[in-house]
Design a protein around this ligand. Structure first.
Ligand SMILES: Cc1ncc(COP(=O)(O)O)c(C=O)c1O
Length: 388
């Protein structure tokens, strides 16, 4: 007897498996050093691990309150008062989420309706477009301008239509390492002034910022703050990306809409991990991740200069550095990244993966959030890559 499968609707236009899964799989298959996916290969602070164990052993193993543990939300509010001199109400403006990607999706769900348009800046983190489309909206990509991947504000203005409902931005930016200045925020504010456009500000790399640059959060902008969701990830700050815990800061009305979605998607987030994060934030004993990552970037860049890869603009923030392979090959970036993994044992991400139309400028993205020995072993292999 034959069975007819019900049809499966495609909820977004991205096809196949994400490039991160593809490249990490290839790295495993060829025993390559994995500088593709963005995660640290060194351990998190032992104190934080202990706090997780202690929280569970102390019996904190049942559902947490829907918006997040009050003590964690208070610790975040205190952290923002301390680092940004901002007053954030932990009861009405902070929601703990199972990671930032979930926060982005939920923020979109709470504001988007079918046919709405969302502007994003490319190259961009690869969940944005599927998240927009899964919510029935239309993604409107605007290209950043190489080599420093700055925003062309005229292009953003030109992309706005009566259907534009949101703009999503990311600073420090994945994959380019570009960092927004105060004038970028003012340009955005001028564009959305007197419109119904919301702002989603992906600030997961806020503390991974180098060379004395300062992160400015959307919450510091007096105009933008009232129409914005800001998304954060503890994974990037405490080197525990696998915990998948983050938070959303938004003004009370937007937080209310966000929680309407969150209460029926996840309802709440891992309880012992929230206790551990609250305790660890309070203790303030963490080594500043920005300084750690800046020294990794410096090491990686100084050694990369001894290989045939070229860097036009050193990254200002994030885990990532974009490099050109123009001295090595004319292959499309996807093929080049696969060749580099198979033949030279170093996995990276082709930058075309961060563009909807797969724009190929013959660039790859390295992740340098790795142990010194991992970075040095990768450099050894990259040194052996022949020039054309
Ligand atoms: C720009 C950007 N946003 C969000 C995330 C996801 O954060 P989380 O792991 O907390 O979902 C990442 C992870 O790589 C990222 O690069």
């Amino acid at each position: 007897m034959s069975h007819k499968m019900p049809g499966i609707p495609f909820r977004h236009s991205a096809t196949g498996t994400t490039i991160f899964t593809v490249m990490s799989g290839l790295a495993q298959q060829y025993n390559a050093i994995n500088l593709s996916q963005g995660f640290p290969d060194f351990p998190l602070d032992a104190g934080l691990s202990r706090m997780l164990f202690d929280a569970s052993a102390s019996g904190f193993n049942q559902y947490a309150p829907m918006p997040g543990l009050p003590m964690l939300r208070q610790a975040i509010a205190d952290d923002f008062a301390n680092r940004y001199k901002l007053t954030i109400d932990p009861d009405t403006e902070i929601t703990i989420t199972p990671g930032a990607t979930y926060g982005i999706y939920s923020a979109f769900t709470s504001i988007l309706q079918r046919g709405d348009e969302v502007i994003l800046l490319e190259p961009a983190y690869d969940s944005y477009i599927p998240n927009i489309e899964m919510n029935g909206a239309v993604a409107v990509p605007v290209s950043l301008v190489a080599p420093d991947f700055r925003v062309d504000w005229q292009k953003v203005k030109d992309a706005v239509t009566p259907r534009t409902r949101a703009v999503i931005i990311n600073t420090p930016q994945n994959p380019t390492g570009a960092v927004w200045s105060r004038s970028d925020w003012d340009e955005l504010a001028a564009i959305v002034r007197d419109t119904d456009i919301y702002v989603l500000s992906d600030e997961v790399y806020e503390q991974l910022i180098f060379d004395g640059h300062e992160h400015r959060t959307v919450m510091q902008h007096p105009e933008l703050r009232f129409r914005s969701f800001a998304l954060y990830s503890f994974g990037k700050v405490f080197n525990n990306t696998g915990w998948k815990i983050g938070y959303c800061i938004a003004p009370p009305q937007l937080t209310n809409a966000f929680r309407h979605v969150h209460q029926f998607m996840a309802f709440c987030v891992n309880t012992p991990a929230q206790y551990a994060l609250a305790g660890f934030l309070r203790a303030a004993t963490a080594e500043p991740v920005g300084r750690v990552m800046e020294s990794k970037r410096d090491l990686f860049l100084s050694k990369l200069a001894e290989t045939p890869f070229t860097v036009q603009v050193p990254t200002k923030g994030s885990y990532f550095q974009i490099a050109s392979y123009e001295r090595i090959s004319d292959l499309p970036d996807m093929e080049f990244a696969q060749w580099l993994t198979k033949e030279h044992g170093v996995a990276t991400i082709p930058v075309s993966a961060f563009y909807r139309n797969r724009q190929d400028d013959h660039l790859i993205r390295f992740c340098f959030a790795k142990k010194e020995e991992t970075l040095m072993a990768a450099i050894e292999r990259l040194r052996a890559v022949p020039v054309k």
